[in-house]
Design a protein around this ligand. Structure first.
Ligand code: UDP
Ligand code: MG
Length: 160
Protein backbone atom coordinates (compact mmCIF):
# COMPACT_ATOMS: atom_id res chain seq x y z
CA UNK A 1 0.00 0.00 0.00
CA UNK A 2 2.63 2.54 1.07
CA UNK A 3 5.18 1.75 -1.71
CA UNK A 4 2.28 2.11 -4.13
CA UNK A 5 1.50 5.59 -2.82
CA UNK A 6 5.14 6.61 -3.01
CA UNK A 7 5.34 5.32 -6.59
CA UNK A 8 2.30 7.43 -7.51
CA UNK A 9 3.89 10.52 -5.94
CA UNK A 10 7.13 9.82 -7.80
CA UNK A 11 5.66 9.63 -11.26
CA UNK A 12 8.12 10.21 -14.08
CA UNK A 13 7.29 13.40 -15.99
CA UNK A 14 8.58 14.93 -19.21
CA UNK A 15 9.20 18.56 -20.01
CA UNK A 16 9.98 20.56 -23.14
CA UNK A 17 13.02 22.81 -22.77
CA UNK A 18 14.14 25.11 -25.55
CA UNK A 19 17.18 27.34 -25.92
CA UNK A 20 15.71 30.40 -27.63
CA UNK A 21 17.43 32.16 -30.58
CA UNK A 22 19.31 34.59 -28.28
CA UNK A 23 20.71 31.67 -26.28
CA UNK A 24 21.94 29.98 -29.46
CA UNK A 25 23.44 33.21 -30.86
CA UNK A 26 25.15 34.00 -27.54
CA UNK A 27 26.81 30.57 -27.40
CA UNK A 28 24.89 29.42 -24.31
CA UNK A 29 23.65 26.07 -25.65
CA UNK A 30 26.24 23.94 -23.83
CA UNK A 31 25.88 25.90 -20.59
CA UNK A 32 22.08 25.52 -20.59
CA UNK A 33 22.10 21.80 -21.47
CA UNK A 34 24.69 21.30 -18.75
CA UNK A 35 22.41 22.68 -16.01
CA UNK A 36 19.79 19.99 -16.64
CA UNK A 37 22.39 17.28 -17.23
CA UNK A 38 24.24 18.00 -13.98
CA UNK A 39 21.02 18.13 -11.99
CA UNK A 40 20.39 14.50 -12.93
CA UNK A 41 17.56 14.56 -15.45
CA UNK A 42 17.55 12.37 -18.56
CA UNK A 43 17.74 13.82 -22.05
CA UNK A 44 15.36 12.03 -24.44
CA UNK A 45 15.28 14.45 -27.39
CA UNK A 46 17.64 17.09 -28.82
CA UNK A 47 17.83 19.04 -32.08
CA UNK A 48 18.78 22.38 -33.63
CA UNK A 49 15.75 23.72 -35.46
CA UNK A 50 14.52 26.77 -37.36
CA UNK A 51 10.99 27.26 -36.05
CA UNK A 52 8.30 28.18 -38.61
CA UNK A 53 5.86 30.97 -37.67
CA UNK A 54 2.85 28.60 -37.49
CA UNK A 55 4.59 26.36 -34.94
CA UNK A 56 5.63 29.33 -32.78
CA UNK A 57 2.01 30.56 -32.82
CA UNK A 58 0.68 27.12 -31.85
CA UNK A 59 3.26 26.74 -29.06
CA UNK A 60 2.37 30.13 -27.56
CA UNK A 61 -1.37 30.02 -28.44
CA UNK A 62 -2.42 30.81 -24.82
CA UNK A 63 -0.66 34.19 -25.17
CA UNK A 64 -2.34 35.11 -28.47
CA UNK A 65 -4.30 38.02 -26.93
CA UNK A 66 -1.24 39.58 -25.25
CA UNK A 67 0.13 42.81 -26.74
CA UNK A 68 3.64 41.30 -26.93
CA UNK A 69 2.48 38.24 -28.94
CA UNK A 70 3.65 39.42 -32.43
CA UNK A 71 7.04 40.45 -31.05
CA UNK A 72 7.33 37.11 -29.20
CA UNK A 73 6.67 35.19 -32.43
CA UNK A 74 9.23 37.33 -34.26
CA UNK A 75 11.78 36.61 -31.49
CA UNK A 76 11.25 32.83 -31.43
CA UNK A 77 11.49 32.56 -35.23
CA UNK A 78 14.44 34.99 -35.56
CA UNK A 79 17.07 32.22 -35.65
CA UNK A 80 17.62 28.57 -34.77
CA UNK A 81 16.47 27.19 -31.42
CA UNK A 82 17.64 24.06 -29.60
CA UNK A 83 14.71 21.78 -28.77
CA UNK A 84 15.03 19.35 -25.89
CA UNK A 85 12.90 16.77 -24.11
CA UNK A 86 13.93 15.94 -20.53
CA UNK A 87 12.53 13.22 -18.33
CA UNK A 88 12.52 12.59 -14.58
CA UNK A 89 10.55 12.59 -11.36
CA UNK A 90 9.44 16.16 -10.72
CA UNK A 91 11.26 17.44 -13.81
CA UNK A 92 8.59 20.01 -14.81
CA UNK A 93 8.63 22.09 -11.61
CA UNK A 94 12.34 21.53 -11.05
CA UNK A 95 13.20 22.76 -14.55
CA UNK A 96 11.10 25.90 -13.96
CA UNK A 97 13.15 26.53 -10.79
CA UNK A 98 16.43 25.96 -12.63
CA UNK A 99 15.25 28.41 -15.33
CA UNK A 100 14.06 31.15 -12.93
CA UNK A 101 11.44 33.92 -13.23
CA UNK A 102 10.19 35.10 -16.63
CA UNK A 103 11.79 38.51 -16.04
CA UNK A 104 15.54 37.81 -15.75
CA UNK A 105 16.03 40.86 -13.51
CA UNK A 106 13.72 39.19 -10.98
CA UNK A 107 15.21 35.72 -11.47
CA UNK A 108 17.39 34.53 -8.58
CA UNK A 109 21.14 34.29 -9.09
CA UNK A 110 21.98 30.64 -9.69
CA UNK A 111 19.08 30.22 -12.11
CA UNK A 112 19.68 30.21 -15.87
CA UNK A 113 17.83 33.49 -16.46
CA UNK A 114 19.21 35.00 -13.24
CA UNK A 115 22.76 34.26 -14.30
CA UNK A 116 22.60 34.72 -18.07
CA UNK A 117 19.94 37.26 -19.09
CA UNK A 118 18.64 40.78 -18.39
CA UNK A 119 15.33 41.20 -20.25
CA UNK A 120 11.99 39.33 -20.50
CA UNK A 121 12.07 39.62 -24.30
CA UNK A 122 15.53 37.95 -24.37
CA UNK A 123 15.25 35.40 -21.58
CA UNK A 124 17.25 32.67 -23.36
CA UNK A 125 15.22 29.58 -22.48
CA UNK A 126 11.73 28.05 -22.37
CA UNK A 127 10.39 25.39 -20.01
CA UNK A 128 6.92 23.78 -19.91
CA UNK A 129 4.70 25.01 -17.06
CA UNK A 130 2.83 21.73 -16.33
CA UNK A 131 3.18 17.98 -17.03
CA UNK A 132 0.24 18.28 -19.47
CA UNK A 133 1.95 21.08 -21.39
CA UNK A 134 5.21 19.09 -21.26
CA UNK A 135 3.52 16.28 -23.19
CA UNK A 136 1.71 18.70 -25.52
CA UNK A 137 4.87 20.66 -26.37
CA UNK A 138 7.08 17.58 -26.91
CA UNK A 139 4.44 16.20 -29.32
CA UNK A 140 4.37 19.59 -31.06
CA UNK A 141 8.13 20.07 -31.50
CA UNK A 142 9.32 16.50 -32.08
CA UNK A 143 8.37 14.00 -34.76
CA UNK A 144 7.89 10.33 -34.11
CA UNK A 145 11.29 8.64 -33.82
CA UNK A 146 13.03 11.78 -32.51
CA UNK A 147 12.34 10.89 -28.87
CA UNK A 148 14.69 8.15 -27.65
CA UNK A 149 13.95 5.89 -24.69
CA UNK A 150 17.13 4.73 -22.99
CA UNK A 151 18.34 3.63 -19.56
CA UNK A 152 20.90 5.89 -17.94
CA UNK A 153 23.83 4.10 -16.28
CA UNK A 154 23.64 6.73 -13.51
CA UNK A 155 20.16 5.86 -12.34
CA UNK A 156 21.16 3.97 -9.15
CA UNK A 157 23.59 6.77 -8.22
CA UNK A 158 20.91 9.45 -8.55
CA UNK A 159 17.98 7.71 -6.83
CA UNK A 160 17.90 5.22 -3.94
N1 UDP B 1 7.13 37.54 -22.77
C1 UDP B 1 7.37 38.83 -23.18
N2 UDP B 1 6.82 39.87 -22.47
C2 UDP B 1 6.04 39.66 -21.38
C3 UDP B 1 5.78 38.35 -20.96
C4 UDP B 1 6.33 37.31 -21.68
O1 UDP B 1 8.07 39.05 -24.16
O2 UDP B 1 5.56 40.64 -20.77
C5 UDP B 1 7.73 36.42 -23.52
C6 UDP B 1 8.97 35.83 -22.81
O3 UDP B 1 9.88 35.42 -23.82
C7 UDP B 1 8.38 34.64 -22.08
C8 UDP B 1 7.35 34.16 -23.10
O4 UDP B 1 6.79 35.36 -23.63
O5 UDP B 1 9.37 33.67 -21.77
C9 UDP B 1 6.25 33.30 -22.54
O6 UDP B 1 5.63 33.96 -21.46
P1 UDP B 1 5.27 33.19 -20.13
O7 UDP B 1 4.46 34.08 -19.27
O8 UDP B 1 4.70 31.85 -20.46
O9 UDP B 1 6.72 33.03 -19.42
P2 UDP B 1 7.64 31.75 -19.18
O10 UDP B 1 6.74 30.56 -18.97
O11 UDP B 1 8.53 31.62 -20.39
O12 UDP B 1 8.45 32.08 -17.95
MG1 MG C 1 5.15 29.85 -20.15
Amino acid sequence: FLPHLVAALEEVEETYIMVKPDGVQRGLVGEIISRFEKKGFKLTGLKLFQCPKELAEEHYKDLKAKPFFPVLIEYITSGPVVCMAWEGVGVVASARKLIGSTNPLQAEPGTIRGDLAVQTGRNVVHGSDSPENGKREIALWFKEGEIVQWTSALVSWLRE
